[in-house]
Write a protein that binds this ligand. Sequence first.
Ligand SMILES: [Zn+2]
Length: 194
Amino acid sequence: MFLLSLTLLPGPPISTCLPSLTTNIHIHLNDMIISLIADHHQPPTPSRYESQKRRDWNTFGQYLKNQRPPVPLSQCNSNHVLDFPRYLDQFGKTKVHLQSCMFYGQPEPPAPCTCPLRQAWGSLDALIGRLRAAYEENGGSPESNPFATGAIRVYLREVRESQAKARGIPYKKQKKKPSQDKPSDESSSTLFLS
Ligand SMILES: [Zn+2]
């Protein structure tokens, strides 16, 4: 009778305790992960570059949606990327003279002309750079980034050269800053000598 009652005693409630314990741990971990993600993705004051990048990304997304038929982001390729600046040219504010224009190659023409307004090369170059970054930040893989193809680089170079000729404005290449890692030996030896 005594033995029987012992065996009938309910076992230690470990089995019922453990799940709630592990659930709590999971909840805490999730909270931590969520707050980490939130910290990472939502800086308190987005910089001008960041907000511009977000606007560009939304504009490009809208552009893809407005295609007939609409293009899902996963099927976006370098052709869509190449068509985008051409589409944006209608909103351009930079006069780019045609070769037939008498002001072709003049930086400051003395009179108005009927040549089309385009997006300036500098604006396009910066725009593609922002979209290239946004594409990867929004889940696109660097290997398939349509903003990083040779075709878009060639296109931008052609725009730069043709606008430089048409507007008589050479685009100077930015000089590369001297590399930062070179003088490390010198600085460390100076540190030890002094
Ligand atoms: Zn003109």
